[in-house]
Design a protein around this ligand. Structure first.
Ligand code: SF4
Ligand code: SF4
Length: 475
């Protein structure tokens, strides 16, 4: 057995290259043994998660029948933990100034772009457009530039967003995706009231990490990989991890992400709140075909399903990098959050509504161009409940408190009614007739399915109050 130490705060110890290689090396033979595969599936079916070694075996499965079983089990686990709700959010780009040279990103500092960051007035315009689309939960995105985009600027933006008031309700949760920083800066983000701190590893394979991060502070693999430890040490309870699939071998990245999750749980007591699974897309000066490790759709579905089996409690996020149609396929095997109507450039929302800048350079090209309301209708057709819920963070259900509820499956008891309430809000404030008909049918059906009479009665009463004009009712 390879020596590795999940409790160590040293990235090279908790993401052990040798351990990943050894796990992958042994997985192929185990995957050919029906008894081993069966035992792993039975363990996953008990909702207790899988180790990275067990997950490695499932990644090697090739039998169509067993793959179908893995996909069905992933769906069952997601529905048991979170119900059929799919949480909606939108990214909001504040600044594309960046001092890093990440080869896969349109904002790398070698690209000659006219850089910009939003003024507070421009930010307010962006948020106004996002609110008019129905969004309540945003993920802030910035490049890394301590001079042009210091932490104080990010804090000012968070304050502006939380201060803005709208007729149909305000932005209720701001998640933040900024570069790895110090414990002191993370404390400032915590004090500013952020939801989840998200940072993608991009690749867990250190030689590839060094090859694609050609310069800038992000090139420091250890500083970047240990960032979540510092964020949690600073008191941020919910952190999100992710890998950019296509930079290196997808099996390696999946195991790296699982070892990262195991490390956070072992060392800090709480695993990741979310897992993100972006795939490389074309961007300014970037051709996706230049990357030799692009992940085929079927393999990508397997990654999502195996992650759902391995880390059943984590929210799993899919972005508009995936095209319509395939998004539905992946949602079915374990995704719990999707972005909708995304603009991936600074000032993109006002621009797309002909309000702001004349041109916007996106960080990457999205593949799903549907508006939020179109996505909502498609989700409803697919049997899901689109949700704008932000209740947990605002009710103090974060960190280990959230994890206890998620791991026991009790979180679904609040996810489902909150999804119905926020869907009714959306119908009242942003919907059209078609959405009202579709949405209210689903709400009626879901209300009838709440087995606890008291919970059903309270939810029904809340729904009526939303119809009468009250907002932000939640469990
Ligand atoms: Fe900068 Fe982030 Fe793009 Fe790297 S990925 S160049 S850090 S914006
Ligand atoms: Fe997310 Fe909590 Fe709302 Fe469920 S109840 S959708 S976990 S915020």
């Amino acid at each position: 057995m390879v020596a590795y130490d999940l409790k160590s705060m040293d990235a090279n110890a908790f993401i052990s290259h040798e351990e990943i290689l050894d796990s992958l090396d042994k997985a192929g033979a185990h995957a050919l043994d029906p008894a081993t595969v069966r035992a792993i599936l039975e363990k996953a079916a008990s909702y207790g998660g899988l180790t990275h070694r067990e997950a490695a075996v499932l990644l090697e499965v090739k039998s169509p029948d067993i793959l179908a079983e893995i996909f069905a089990l992933a769906r069952r686990i997601k529905e048991r933990i979170y119900g059929r709700r799919i949480v909606m959010f939108a990214p909001l780009y504040l600044s594309d100034h960046c001092v890093n040279r990440c080869s896969y990103c349109g904002y790398n500092c070698d690209n000659k772009l006219t850089r910009r960051k939003l003024s507070q007035e421009e930010l307010a315009e962006e948020v106004r457009v996002l609110e008019s689309l129905g969004h309540k939960r945003l993920a802030l995105e910035v490049g890394e530039d301590p001079v042009n985009c210091p932490i104080e600027y990010v804090l000012e933006c968070i304050k502006t967003i939380y201060t803005l008031k709208f007729e149909n309700g305000d932005i209720r949760r701001v998640n933040v995706n900024i570069a790895a920083t110090t414990v002191a800066d993370y404390r400032k983000l915590k004090d500013a009231g952020i939801g989840t701190y998200i940072l993608f590893q991009e690749t867990y394979h250190k030689p590839t990490y060094l090859a694609v991060h050609k310069g800038g502070p992000k090139r420091n693999y250890e500083w970047h990989t240990e960032a979540h430890d510092r964020a949690m040490t600073a008191g941020i309870e919910d952190v999100g991890v992710g890998a950019l699939f296509g930079l290196y071998d997808w099996k390696y990245e999946t195991l790296g992400m699982l070892m990262h999750a195991e490390h956070l749980e072992a060392a800090l007591g709480v695993g990741p709140h979310t897992l993100s699974v972006p795939r490389i897309r074309a961007a300014e000066g970037v051709e996706a075909k230049d990357y030799p490790y692009l992940v085929a759709d079927e393999d990508f579905k397997k990654v999502v399903a195996v992650l759902r089996l391995a880390v059943p409690y984590a929210g799993m996020i899919l972005s508009t990098r995936e095209p319509m149609g395939f998004r539905e396929e992946v949602i079915a095997v374990g995704i719990s959050q999707v972005s909708a109507g995304s603009c991936t450039g600074v000032g993109g929302y006002a621009h797309s509504h002909k309000l702001g800048f004349e041109d916007v350079v996106p960080q990457f090209q999205p593949e799903d161009h549907r508006s939020p309301i179109e996505i909502l209708k498609d989700l409803l057709k697919g049997g899901y409940i689109p949700s704008y819920c932000t209740a947990c963070y605002r009710e103090g259900r974060t960190g280990d408190r959230f994890m206890r509820l998620a791991k026991s499956g009790q979180i679904a008891n609040v996810c489902q009614p909150n999804a119905l309430l926020t869907l009714q809000e959306y119908i009242e404030d942003y919907g059209d007739l078609e959405l009202r008909v579709m949405g209210e049918q689903v709400i009626a059906k879901e209300l009838a399915s709440i087995t606890n009479p008291k919970a059903r009665e309270v939810t029904e009463r809340y729904i009526q109050r939303v119809k009468s004009g009250e907002r932000d009712l939640r469990f």
